[in-house]
Ligand binder design. Structure first.
Ligand code: HEM
Length: 464
C-alpha cells in the first residue's frame, strides 16, 4: 500500500472530516501527506470511488485543463429519474462533451465585455436602492450581502421590472439552500414530510415558475436585455436554439453560480477591509479621489486600481469556491505516483493553491499590493477556475463587486463585532458559518480592527 493511499477506518474518518470541514481536512492531509493523497472507497454505501486530493498548479492544469479526461458531476442533489429536481439541476456545470461546448457557446454572449457594461447602470441603481435601506447599528452583513446580490442577480438574469424575476430568484435561493441540508443528503427518502420530499416539491415549483417566465418572454421578447431573453433568442453555428428544458437548467445554474459566490466575496472582502484599517484608509483615499462620494460610472471603474487589487487579494486568500471536484472519464490515467481508474474523483483546491508559499510569499497575509509584484498563471490563481470550463460570469461578477463595494464603503464605516466567532462553512461556496456580525457607523473614517475568534485565524493572519 502506498503511503499516500488511505483506506478503511482511516479513510472513513477523513471522509467525515471532509464533509464537516473540507478546508480543515484538505489542509491536514496536505501537511501529513504532501500534494497528492488518495482516500480509498469504504465498504458500505457512498463513497464508492477513490477520492484524490491533488494540490498545486500542475495537477490543476492536468485536471481542469482537460475536460475530455476529467468530467464534471454537478453539485446539486440528483433527484429521481424524470423529476423536476433532475431537470432543473441540468445546466452548464452538469454538462460534458459536445453538449457542454454547444451550450457554453450559447451562454457566453450575454457575459461578453460589451454586454456586461450594459448591466452597469442597473447594478448601480439596485445596489443603491438596497444599501439605501441600511441603517447604522449592528447587522449581519452576510445576510445584507445576500439581499443585495439576490436583487442584482434576479434583475440581470430574469428582468428588472418584473416582480416574478425577484420571486424566482427567491425560490431559487431556497432551492439551492435545501440542496445542502444534512437530512436531504443522509435521508433521501421521498415520502411526504421528509426534507427530501420538500426539496423535490420545491424543485417542481421552481420549474413551473421558470417555464411560465420563458413562455411570457417568448411572447414578448422585443428589446429585452435580461439574460434569459437573450438566451431564448440565442442560436449556435447550426442555427439551433435552446429547448425550454435547457433554458430552465441554464437559468437555474446561472442563478446558483452567481448569487452565492458574489455574496460570499462581498462578505469576506468587507471583513478583511474592516480588519485592516491601513488598507481601508488607502482604499478610501482612492474612492475619494476618483469618485468623490458618488457611485462609480462606467468610465471610472477602470481607474479604481487599488480596489481591483483589494478584490484580487480577497479572492486569493479567501476564495469563495474553495475546491472543485472532477471525475476521471478514462481508465489508467497517470497522476503523480497514482494511476486513476474510470470514475475516480479528483479534488482540485483553489484555496490550497492560493496558500502555497512558493507562489505567494506570506500567503496568510492580506496584502493587496502583492499584485504589483506577482503575475500568476491561470492555474496558480483561479478564483473563477481555469481552463475551458472557467467561470462565464467573471467579468460581470467583478463589476458587481466593484460597484457594490464602492457604494457601501463610501456610505458606512464597517466594524466587526468584538469577540465574534468567525468560522467557515462550505456549501460549494465558503461562507461565514454564523453570519458576519458587524456594526455600521456613519462613515467617520475612524477605522479600527476588532479581536475575533474562530477558524478565520487558520486562514488569515489578522493584525493585532
Ligand atoms: C464572485 C463571483 C463568482 C465566483 C467566485 C465564481 C466562481 C466560479 C468557479 C470556481 C467556477 C468553476 C466551477 C467548477 O468547475 O466546478 C465557475 C463556473 C461557472 N460560473 Fe462562476 N463565479 C462567480 C460568479 C458567476 C456569475 C455572476 C455567473 C453568471 C451570472 C457565473 C456563472 C458560471 C457558470 C455558468 C459556470 C460554469 C462554466 C462551465 O462549466 O463551463 N459565475 N464559477
Amino acid at each position: 500500500m502506498k503511503k499516500n493511499l488511505l483506506t478503511g477506518a482511516h479513510a472513513a474518518r477523513e471522509y467525515v472530516h471532509f464533509f464537516r470541514d473540507p478546508i480543515g481536512c484538505m489542509r491536514e492531509l496536505q501537511q501529513k501527506y504532501g500534494s497528492l493523497v488518495a482516500l480509498g472507497p469504504i465498504a458500505f454505501g457512498e463513497p464508492t470511488k477513490l477520492h484524490v486530493l491533488a494540490i498545486g498548479p500542475e495537477f490543476n492544469r492536468q485536471v481542469l485543463g482537460d475536460p475530455a479526461k476529467f468530467r464534471t458531476t454537478g453539485q446539486f442533489i440528483h433527484g429521481p429519474n424524470n423529476s423536476a429536481q433532475r431537470r432543473i439541476r441540468f445546466g452548464l456545470t452538469r454538462m460534458n462533451g459536445p453538449q457542454h461546448k454547444q451550450q457554453r457557446q450559447l451562454i457566453l454572449p450575454p457575459f461578453h465585455k460589451k454586454a456586461v457594461a450594459g448591466y452597469h447602470d442597473l447594478t448601480v441603481e439596485l445596489a443603491k436602492e438596497a444599501i439605501g435601506q441600511w441603517k447604522p447599528g449592528a447587522r449581519d452583513v452576510y445576510a445584507d450581502m445576500r439581499a443585495v446580490t439576490l436583487r442584482i442577480a434576479s434583475a440581470v438574469l430574469f428582468g428588472h421590472e418584473a416582480t416574478d424575476a425577484y420571486r424566482i430568484g427567491h425560490l431559487l435561493e431556497i432551492w439551492a439552500r435545501r440542496n445542502f441540508s444534512g437530512p436531504v443528503w443522509f435521508f433521501p427518502v421521498n415520502i411526504p414530510g421528509t426534507p427530501y420530499h420538500r426539496l423535490l416539491k420545491h424543485a417542481e415549483l421552481v420549474e413551473q415558475e421558470i417555464l411560465r417566465l420563458i413562455e411570457k418572454r417568448r411572447r414578448d421578447s422585443s428589446d429585452r436585455t435580461d439574460v434569459l431573453s437573450i438566451l431564448i433568442q440565442a442560436r449556435d453555428d447550426e442555427n439551433r436554439g435552446m429547448t425550454d428544458m435547457e433554458l430552465v437548467g441554464q437559468a437555474t445554474i446561472l442563478f446558483g453560480a452567481s448569487f452565492e459566490t458574489t455574496a460570499s466575496t462581498l462578505t469576506w472582502t468587507m471583513f478583511l477591509l474592516a480588519q485592516h484599517p491601513t488598507i481601508m484608509r488607502e482604499l478610501m483615499d482612492e474612492l475619494d479621489r476618483v469618485l468623490g462620494g458618488d457611485a462609480p460610472t462606467r468610465e471610472q471603474l477602470p481607474r479604481l486600481s487599488f480596489l481591483d487589487r483589494v478584490i484580487k487579494e480577497s479572492m486569493r486568500i479567501l476564495p469563495p469556491v474553495p475546491f472543485t471536484i472532477r471525475a476521471a472519464d478514462e481508465d489508467q490515467i497517470p497522476m503523480g505516483s497514482l494511476t486513476l481508474s474510470h470514475g475516480a474523483r479528483v479534488i482540485c483546491s483553489h484555496f490550497l493553491t492560493h496558500h502555497l508559499a512558493e507562489i505567494y510569499s506570506e500567503p496568510e497575509r492580506f496584502r493587496p499590493d502583492r499584485w504589483r509584484e506577482v503575475d500568476p498563471t491561470q492555474y496558480e490563481y483561479m478564483p473563477f477556475s481555469a481552463g475551458p470550463r472557467a467561470c462565464v460570469g467573471a467579468m460581470f461578477a467583478i463589476q458587481v463587486l466593484k460597484i457594490s463595494l464602492a457604494i457601501m464603503l463610501q456610505k458606512f464605516r464597517f466594524e466587526v463585532v468584538r469577540g465574534a466567532q468567525i468560522d467557515r462553512v462550505v456549501r460549494i461556496t465558503m461562507n461565514p458559518r454564523y453570519g458576519m456580525p458587524m456594526v455600521l457607523h456613519e462613515n467617520d473614517r475612524r477605522y479600527e480592527s476588532s479581536k475575533v475568534r474562530g477558524q478565520i485565524h487558520e486562514m488569515v493572519n489578522l493584525p493585532d
